[in-house]
Design a protein around this ligand. Structure first.
Ligand code: NAD
Length: 286
């Protein structure tokens, strides 16, 4: 069994990013900038945001964390985004999800300038991604595709089952796999016989948020298991959506949790920020 080491791979990506940032600074006098908006006091969101800010700093990317109280109105949030859209120092704008219930997430995501949408959640980028055009790709599925590439895993012609159909993981994952010419089946909580689909899969990507849902008797010998899930158990330990101990002797490759897909996500966010900075350079030239 080959362990797909997202932690090691993300270090390589971060090194690539450092080089790209240095080139932008030296040759184009551009320092890439990322703004992260954090609304409310959700502890997990605060941890993710802090980790994004730290990774930016290490890579030489200018970053601003804009904290707003849970009680802000949608108008106030939209005004903040509008200001950031106009701020030439900020190449990327990211609104940490989930947002409080009184705020319409769709309206907020649509307010971000699509050329600064480093999360790739704006319908402009979603549409371009589905059409296989150049776009900001959502960091988690983008990271999974990079992992396939780095480990020499050819997805073209493979049967891939994506479990979970959220806008941020499952759906974009399926789109990227379709673009890469895989045969893709997407399952969700209403799928009648999940194992029927997963047993036929060469690759299973699971992103559901249910600890240890995927067991060895649900996969075929030599399957590749990509575990996107991050679940905190009562013991405080982090675990994935696949039962790692059960699956590890049956599959050919598997991502650990933690240390698999998670670290790749931040790496790809940094990549998207560089892409946004390069777009700024092109716009400034015009
Ligand atoms: P979500 O709650 O938005 O969507 C979950 C999806 O799973 C839904 O489509 C639902 O129908 C499906 N589902 C739920 N139970 C199921 C079941 N028993 N069988 C089949 N399908 C089922 O979740 P999300 O935002 O896509 O996140 C999924 C998981 O991935 C979570 O654990 C989350 O923490 C993790 N995640 C990790 C990263 C990362 O960087 N590694 C990024 C985003 C999300």
């Amino acid at each position: 069994m080959i362990l797909l080491d997202g932690k090691a791979l993300s270090e390589k990506i971060k090194e690539e990013v450092k080089v790209e940032v240095a080139e932008l600074v030296e040759e184009k006098q551009i320092t890439p900038g990322l703004a992260v908006i954090l609304v409310g006091n959700d502890a997990a969101s605060a941890t993710y945001v802090a980790s994004k800010a730290k990774s930016c700093k290490n890579a030489g990317i200018y970053s601003v964390v804009h904290e707003m109280p849970e009680s802000i109105t949608q108008e106030e949030l939209l005004e903040t985004i509008a200001r950031m859209n106009e701020n030439p120092k900020l190449d990327g704008i990211l609104v940490q999800l989930p947002l409080p219930k009184h705020i319409d997430t769709t309206v907020v995501l649509e307010a971000i300038d699509p050329l600064k949408d480093v999360d790739g959640f704006h319908p402009y980028n979603v549409g371009r991604m589905v059409s296989n055009l150049d776009a900001f790709l959502p960091a988690t599925p983008f990271g999974v595709m990079r992992m396939f590439e780095e480990y020499g895993i050819e997805v073209s012609g493979k049967n891939v089952v994506v479990i979970g159909s959220s806008d941020i993981v499952g759906k974009p994952m399926a789109s990227l796999l379709i673009n890469a010419k895989a045969t893709v089946t997407v399952c969700n909580s209403r799928t009648k016989d999940l194992a029927f689909f997963t047993k036929a899969a060469d690759i299973v990507v699971i992103a559901v948020g249910v600890p240890h849902l995927l067991k060895a008797d649900m996969i075929k010998d030599g399957a590749i298991v990509i575990d996107v899930g991050i679940n905190r158990l009562d013991t405080g330990k982090l675990t994935g959506d696949a039962d790692f101990e059960d699956c590890k002797n049956k599959c050919s490759h598997i991502t650990p949790v933690p240390g698999g897909v998670g670290p790749m996500t931040i790496g790809m966010l940094l990549k998207n920020t560089i892409k946004a900075a390069k777009l700024r350079e092109k716009r400034e030239k015009k």
